[in-house]
Design a protein around this ligand. Structure first.
Ligand code: ATP
Ligand code: MG
Length: 418
């Protein structure tokens, strides 16, 4: 046994898990593709500044969770901790503002955060994400939220709760942050020390605090929803009306905050009671200022990301399609030493569109038949010393001597009947 283990907070995706992940990917592809979202893949690492500027210097992600390294030439690179800033970088870099707007993109990629590993929290994890860049209307927000709800439902994520809020615009938020910071400074005795320490950095995080004293103080705090400018309040009202019309249930949560600085206007998060402490399954919102922040023209955008491992944890048993084996080529007699005929039969069967496996381990004929049964083979062709092949139908148990050239047509005929 090797003394090497996967690094702390990482995991291997073994074949049984890969099958469930493939099903999740197919649902994402189907649901997002049907709404015009097209797949994008960006590099695993980016310039560190993309995240410090895009995600926000004051966020936990940038302050504590990034894997940052020198590329050897004095440039600082970072393993991507999230997908929105890279997608916006790609939008700008490839001049996608010249395409019909909005540009709708989705991804399924791995992300990296230096966090304390626990159930549902890893240092390398995967997210499905969707971004619609270039449209500011409330229909885009509502559509994205509905697509996410459809994805979670399709996968069977249970006990979900959707909370939504609006952050208004950057200007409203800055004004509100000043008001909230003043409110907090005036009540420092009623706040946990770590909340006090962060008042000037990020006062909104005070709503997140877990301790009872801070929570009691925050009950009287002004909320951003009460301070929205009328256009923003109207935008949010329209998002809500469309969700209502779609029959989607949500809770209005004016204290909703998310750990990324780029959000403006609509904000949402899905949690699942099934997940325990790491209850966040997916979240997102509108980020109208982000592209400008990255040096581009003012461009609206909205999107979300859903954690693959958390979705699968909350999905219970996600049925996966059976792995089909049409043909197992068994070897007896001379063919045990000389595998050329068996090899050719399996290869030709695959070229004809069948799934076919060949005995590769030198098992006895009995062992081979047992193995063929275990992997669910529909037919076994036994190649031995005769010029003919014994073709066994594993479902009916029928076995017949067949010309080698007739094996594949026989199985193909059988597949059409089935
Ligand atoms: P949390 O509150 O759990 O830290 P977050 O707010 O940092 O989550 P986002 O940045 O919004 O999460 O990412 C979207 C989704 O990605 C989360 O809802 C979660 O499902 C998943 N996710 C985030 N961080 C991790 C992680 N370290 N391991 C596994 N999944 C994660
Ligand atoms: Mg986090």
């Amino acid at each position: 046994v090797s003394s090497f283990q996967a690094p702390r907070g990482t995991f291997d995706v073994l074949p049984a898990d890969a099958a469930r992940r493939a099903v999740l990917e197919q649902h994402a592809h189907r649901i997002l593709g049907a709404a015009g979202y097209r797949r994008i893949e960006t590099p695993t690492f980016e310039s560190t500044q993309l995240f410090s500027r895009g995600v926000g210097e004051a966020t936990d992600i940038v302050q504590k969770e990034m894997y940052t390294f020198d590329d050897g030439g004095g440039r600082s690179l970072t393993l991507r901790p999230e997908g929105t800033a890279p997608v916006c970088r790609a939008y700008l870099e490839h001049g996608m503002h010249k395409l019909p707007q909005p540009v709708k993109l989705w991804y399924l990629s791995s992300f990296f955060r230096a966090e304390a590993p626990q159930r549902g929290r890893y240092r390398q994890f995967w997210q499905v994400g969707a971004e619609a860049i270039g449209a500011g209307g409330p229909e885009t927000d509502a559509e994205l939220i509905l697509l996410l709800a459809d994805l979670l439902e399709a996968i069977g994520v249970k006990e979900t709760r959707l909370r939504i809020s609006s952050l208004g615009t950057a200007a409203t938020r800055a004004e509100y942050r000043r008001e909230l910071a003043a409110f907090l400074h005036a009540r420092e005795d009623g706040l946990a020390p770590e909340v006090v320490a962060r008042i000037d950095l990020n006062p909104m995080r005070a709503f997140d605090a877990g301790d009872a004293i801070t929570q009691r103080t925050m009950r009287d705090a002004p909320t951003l929803l009460d301070r929205l400018a009328s256009e923003d309040a109207e935008h949010f009202a329209q998002v809500r009306r469309m969700l209502d019309d779609a029959g989607l249930r949500y809770e209005l949560d004016p204290t909703l905050v998310r750990g990324l600085d780029y959000y403006a206007r609509t904000l949402f998060e899905f949690t699942s009671e099934d997940l325990g402490a790491q209850s966040g399954v997916a979240g997102g919102g509108r980020y109208d200022g982000l592209i400008e922040q990255l040096g581009g023209p003012a461009t609206p955008g909205c999107g979300w990301a859903a954690g693959v491992e958390r979705m699968l944890l909350a999905a219970g048993d996600l049925p996966t399609p059976p792995e089909l084996v049409d043909l197992f080529v068994a070897r007896a007699g001379r063919a045990l030493q000389d595998g050329a005929d068996a090899f050719a039969l399996a290869a030709n069967a695959r070229r004809a569109g069948l799934s076919a496996q060949l005995e590769l381990d030198g098992r006895s004929l009995r062992g081979q038949l047992k193995h063929a049964d275990r992997i669910g083979a529909r037919y076994v062709a036994i190649i031995g010393d005769e010029d003919t092949v014994s073709l066994r139908n594993m479902e009916s148990g029928d076995q017949a001597e067949t010309e080698p050239a007739a094996v594949i047509p026989t199985i193909l005929r059988g597949s059409r009947l089935a």
